[in-house]
Design a protein around this ligand. Sequence first.
Ligand code: NAP
Length: 327
Amino acid sequence: MEYTTLGETGTTVSRICLGCMGFGGSGSGELFAPWTVDEEQATEVIDRAIELGINFFDTANFYSVGGSEEILGNALSEYDRDELVVATKSFIPMNDDPNSGGLSRKTIEQELDHSLDRLGMETVDLYQIARWDQNTSIEQTLRALDDAVRRGKTRYIGASSMWAHQFAEALYTSDRLGLERFITMQNQYSPIYREEEREMNPLCESKNIGRLSWSPLGGGYLARPHEEQDEVRDEGPAAALHNSDASREINERVQELADDHDVSMAQIGLAWQLSKEGVTAPIYGTTSVEHLEDAVEAVELDLSESDVEYLEEPYEPVEAVGIEVNL
Ligand SMILES: NC(=O)c1ccc[n+]([C@@H]2O[C@H](COP(=O)([O-])OP(=O)(O)OC[C@H]3O[C@@H](n4cnc5c(N)ncnc54)[C@H](OP(=O)(O)O)[C@@H]3O)[C@@H](O)[C@H]2O)c1
């Protein structure tokens, strides 16, 4: 494994972050979605990730309605907490109660406490807001997050997909008020979704914000030939990108590069991520030990400039997706 610094914090994280969205049941013992796995399988993946040198994990309160946090917390309780960097997030409502979603002080305080209970931890390393809340002033949200840091409930705060002007306003507001500042931006970025190269990424680079890419393989689209796309997983924000001519051409070029380098398609996709200077870590999602073992080898794969250009050439701008969620 290779390691880097999480934004400007000086905290060391593995260059691959394990995304935990695929872990969890519904509470009734059934799986939350067809693409999620139960605790036994998830724990095998988490244990293997740690063996392979991954120390960085991303979850959310709303993944399997808390199930992902519970599974992650149980699995990590077997290890030295000091050696792990745990990120979670909130914003999407957990149930019918509107106060279980959004970014009001009430919601942030309640939901962070619930996340800590499920994780079995006194503090998380990174607490992220999953989207921008149109109904709450950013000042209120930042004051609640700042208090969470002062109370020792989270060490750092981060944000996820939103418009760059909103993130700029958040950074400006925290600086103006002397509040804790977002240190990371978790946004959608992959060879089939590069809109952030002209929206969010330049802002992050100029403000030294670490970037964590979600759906780094386009939600799995770049991990296998497009003809074999898994219909079950073909949903969510990244799925809107799967059927264009440009995406298919990129998928075929990933296959070609995988053949040339004698590696898997997933490794090419992750090596592309790691070739991008602003990316701290792609948040790689997997429910399979075999896929994980293969994927981590991407840290040793250097794509040449011409490989990167070849992969990027067919890209055509698309409508921005996955930025706004209306509550
Ligand atoms: N902030 C946000 O709004 C947001 C949104 C979405 C996701 N996220 C975060 O980002 C993480 C990753 O997102 P994602 O799961 O959409 O991204 P992804 O890493 O692009 O795709 C994961 C998919 O790829 C498949 N895959 C991985 N390696 C493979 C291989 N070698 N061969 C075939 N298939 C392979 C996985 O299936 P297997 O399980 O079978 O390996 C899974 O279905 C999430 O866990 C979550 O933490 C954040």
